[in-house]
Design a protein around this ligand. Structure first.
Ligand code: LMR
Length: 394
């Protein structure tokens, strides 16, 4: 049987991670995979996470199964964090999932189950694993224009034009904030226009929100997601705690299915739990329990939010410093977009050849589409990167 196997395409982000590890140069700079690193290059365990883990260690008396949907307290806490009071709890079905990727996977399975004819419209570009999982599940994808390589902002007219070709029942996958891989985001007027189009054409919204708190703040970053959830007939939200709680390896995510008709919620909930059972039975609990402990305790929550805010501000500072340094070196505002982008990533919009030269000549690793992880920089590496960008002629 195994002889029938064929090598699968490598995930370009993970392949880059491995290349970086294998590079013997000591001055190499990793701007590849989306992991936050502090000024010392460490991805720390957040203070509130440590404190919550200690409490759990002291008080947890069983490791017996939770429910198929995970602990309902986790869903409640996460729904509160993401949706605030934009949607009544009775309209939201939710299950814990292994990370944000697990939430996306389950959402795609839900789409395939509910409407096998649905196509999923994805931003061009989007997170490569969206495309990979959709292809694996045999779901047709349709790219919509998103990144404008001239302005490095959103090509909004192109986006709307492409979304207008969607048929009733097709799904529109949107990034709630901090677009990955570009860093370019819709403004509130543009979000409203997308919502209007979704409603006028009978489309289904799906939001992937993996970076809440990394862009303009915890509340601000949830605004668009809340607006969509409150305005459309049906939507799915795939959320990740990997980045904003720094619990990457614990695989902590949540999938919500929201219906404007609360009478639908019971069936939605039962279906999500069924899908969990088919794929992995009970979702992992440790990360979810940590997150619940933090979100439901005022002191832990305040400390977590403060630490997250520091991470956010340090990334904004790095963005500004890099844009300023490039301004100084080039005497032009060509790179001002870096300070305007939000989240962990910026796509600098250059060719794979120059990305390759940054790696071979300067030991700087970024994804081939020229996505760089801003959170992988620090005060020492910002000027080195700026000089290298100018040196290779980006
Ligand atoms: C990324 O885009 O780098 C992260 O979301 C990590 C991953 O799993 O790809």
């Amino acid at each position: 049987m195994f002889e029938n196997l064929r090598e699968q395409p490598a995930d370009k982000i993970l392949a880059l991670m491995q290349m970086y590890r294998d590079d013997p140069r000591t001055d190499k700079i990793d701007l590849g995979v989306g992991v936050y690193k502090n000024a010392e290059g460490i991805t720390p365990v957040m203070r509130a996470v440590k404190a919550a883990e200690q409490r759990i260690w002291e008080t947890q008396e069983t490791k017996a199964y939770t429910g198929l949907a995970g602990d309902p307290a986790y869903a409640d806490a996460m729904i509160g964090l993401i949706l605030g009071d934009s949607v009544a709890r009775g309209n939201v079905a939710a299950v814990a999932t292994p990370g944000g990727t697990g939430a996306c996977r389950q959402a795609f399975e839900l789409i395939r189950m509910a409407n096998p004819a649905a196509r999923v419209f994805v931003s061009d570009p989007t997170w490569p694993n969206h495309l990979s999982i959709l292809k694996y599940l045999g779901i047709e994808t349709v790219p919509y224009r998103y990144f404008d390589s001239e302005t490095r902002g959103v090509n909004f007219d192109g986006m709307i034009e492409d979304l207008k070709t969607a048929r009733a029942g097709d799904v529109v996958l949107l990034h709630g904030c901090c677009h990955n891989p570009t860093g370019a985001n819709l403004n509130s007027v543009e979000w409203q226009a997308v919502i209007d189009l979704i409603n006028e054409n009978g489309l289904v919204a799906m939001i992937d929100i993996a970076y809440q708190g990394f862009g303009d703040g915890l509340e601000e970053d949830a605004k668009a997601t809340r607006l969509v959830a409150a305005s459309v007939k049906e939507c799915m939200i795939a959320a990740s705690c990997s980045k904003n709680f720094g619990v990457y390896r614990e695989r902590t995510g949540l999938l919500m299915a929201i219906s404007a008709d609360a009478g639908q919620t019971g069936l939605n909930q039962q279906t999500l739990a069924f899908l969990n059972r088919q794929n992995y039975s009970f979702p992992p609990d440790h990360g979810a329990r940590v997150v619940t402990e933090i979100l439901t305790d005022d002191a832990l929550r305040a400390d977590w939010a403060a630490e997250l805010e520091n991470v956010r501000l340090s990334m904004l500072g790095l963005r500004q410093n890099l844009a300023d340094e490039l301004q100084r070196l080039t005497g032009s505002d060509r790179f001002a977009f870096i300070a305007q982008h939000r989240g962990m990533f910026s796509r600098i919009g250059t060719s794979p050849e120059l990305v390759e030269r940054l790696r071979t000549e300067h030991g700087i690793y970024m994804v081939g589409d020229s996505r760089m992880n801003i959170a992988g920089l620090n005060d020492v590496t910002v000027p080195i990167l700026a000089k290298a960008i100018v040196d290779v002629g980006v």
